[in-house]
Design a protein around this ligand. Structure first.
Ligand SMILES: Cc1cc2nc3c(=O)[nH]c(=O)nc-3n(C[C@H](O)[C@H](O)[C@H](O)COP(=O)(O)OP(=O)(O)OC[C@H]3O[C@@H](n4cnc5c(N)ncnc54)[C@H](O)[C@@H]3O)c2cc1C
Length: 409
């Protein structure tokens, strides 16, 4: 009998942690496992806003995937998935290569929703991948350099669309980044503007009032112009049109208006709802026994009929069940139903502040910022054990916690 083939698409949190679970659970030679990803690095998507603002070095945000696969039980293949033939059980890569599978796990992550607002797709910057956020930082550097030549204020007007979780984290990093950039280009900070545009009445819609007030106060204290109850109607390379009639001269709109499943999912002949693949309680694609899907690509409905949010926390917990369920499927054993346990949510506002709730406890300020770093360290721990936590902590020369503490003085 041929060795069964397991193929994992995407090396985000979902794909990588499923791979680690398979490394732990599979016996030697029990299956051939291939992990396919666009790049040979995993980007820590929960920290992409730092790449966008340039507040963290690339080595802290990206991890070489082969280094994370330790046992030889999972083979890494660099490639971009183009399509899947579920009848023939074949994955088609953009390179033309075709990969056979017996069992498949789809962990292709998210795309950004721009809601068809004119000009946003073409002109706004997206917090989507390492490359897309690196493009934000490079663009900002070009704007600072060009301002020295033409003094055009639109160059130093940085707008973030959306004051939800990701938008606030992006704004927080811009607050951190601005003084350093101004020093580098010898431009007064007063020449720069950071604007946060949000269609809802408040920042962090869905958070409790205390967190909302803390965040709005912190942003204002740091010079951020908050435009709540304001919708973006259009975006051009040099301006943003708002529904209050204002034409905001800005060459940088960073879009964080919402996410949806990877657009590639719509090409696949699978049950899709709200851009995500509908899965059952065992994390299998509805109606399929050999295809699993987790993370942002998947739509998992809770008992009350509402979907789980697209978060790393969900992707990680699902991967911890998906790996053993893949093995149970190939062994013909009983599968485990997935249950989500929400541990909390903490949104950072730069290095020195954060807001959120952990294990039911509301937190804000510097303590919350430290808590956020503990959460990030836990993600690293799950990905690569204590060795990876220590390596990443000291990669930037100075550990993050030390940074936070030194700012207190
Ligand atoms: C700025 C920011 C901050 C966040 N903060 C938090 C937080 O604090 N807490 C939290 O719980 N969640 C947070 N999230 C959400 C979290 O990052 C996502 O929910 C999580 O990354 C989803 O994991 P995933 O494995 O489903 O997908 P992803 O991490 O998106 O991984 C998908 C992988 O698939 C690869 N891929 C995509 N298309 C192809 C293709 N065609 N072929 C091959 N490979 C492909 C990608 O390169 C990527 O490696 C944040 C997100 C952002 C953007």
């Amino acid at each position: 009998m041929q060795t069964p083939k397991i193929v994992i698409l995407g090396a985000g949190y979902g794909g990588l942690i499923t791979s680690r679970q398979l490394e732990k659970t599979l016996k030697n030679g029990e299956a051939e496992v291939t992990l396919i990803n666009k790049h040979d690095y995993h980007y820590i998507s929960t920290q992409l806003h730092k790449t966008g603002a340039g507040t963290a070095p690339d080595e802290k945000i990206t991890l070489h995937i082969p280094d994370l696969l330790k046992t030889g039980k999972v083979q890494f293949k660099r490639g971009t998935v183009q399509n899947v033939n579920f009848t023939a059980k074949k994955v088609q890569l953009e390179s033309g290569e075709v990969i056979d599978y017996d069992y498949l796990m789809i962990g292709l992550g998210f795309d950004v929703s721009t809601f068809g607002i004119p000009g946003v797709e073409e002109n706004a910057f997206k917090i989507k991948s390492f490359r897309s956020t690196k493009a934000i930082h490079n663009h900002m550097l070009r704007q600072f350099a060009a301002f020295k030549e033409d003094q055009d204020p639109s160059r130093l007007t940085f707008a973030v669309a959306g004051a939800g979780f990701t938008g606030i984290e992006m704004i927080g990093e811009l607050i951190e980044a601005m003084p350093k950039l101004c020093r580098k280009y010898d431009i007064p900070v007063s020449e720069t503007r950071i604007i946060n545009i949000e269609a809802y009445e408040t920042v962090l819609p869905g958070f409790d009032q205390k967190a909302i007030d803390f965040t709005a106060g912190y942003l204002r204290k740091n010079g951020v112009e908050l435009m709540t109850s304001t919708k973006i109607l259009e975006c051009s390379p040099t301006s943003i049109t708002l529904d209050n009639g204002e034409e905001l001269p800005s060459r940088t709109l960073i879009w964080s208006g919402g996410v949806r499943g990877n657009t590639l999912l719509e090409e696949l002949a699978l049950p899709i709802s709200k851009g995500r693949i509908v899965i059952d309680k065992f994390l299998r694609v509805k109606g399929m026994d050999n295809v699993f899907c987790i993370g942002d690509a998947a739509l998992f409905l809770k008992n009350d009929g509402t979907p789980l949010p697209p978060t790393a926390q969900v992707a990680i917990q699902q991967a911890e069940v998906c790996g053993p369920n893949l093995v149970a499927t190939l062994r013909g054993q009983q599968l485990k139903a997935f249950e989500y346990h929400h541990k909390g949510t903490v949104a950072s506002i730069g290095n020195k502040a954060a807001v959120g709730k952990v294990f039911g406890l509301k937190i804000s300020g510097l303590f919350a910022a430290l808590m956020k770093q503990v959460i990030e360290a836990r993600y690293l721990f799950v990905l690569g054990g204590p060795g990876l936590v220590i390596k990443q902590l000291f990669r930037a020369g100075k550990p993050q916690s030390e940074l936070a503490v030194s700012k207190q003085k």
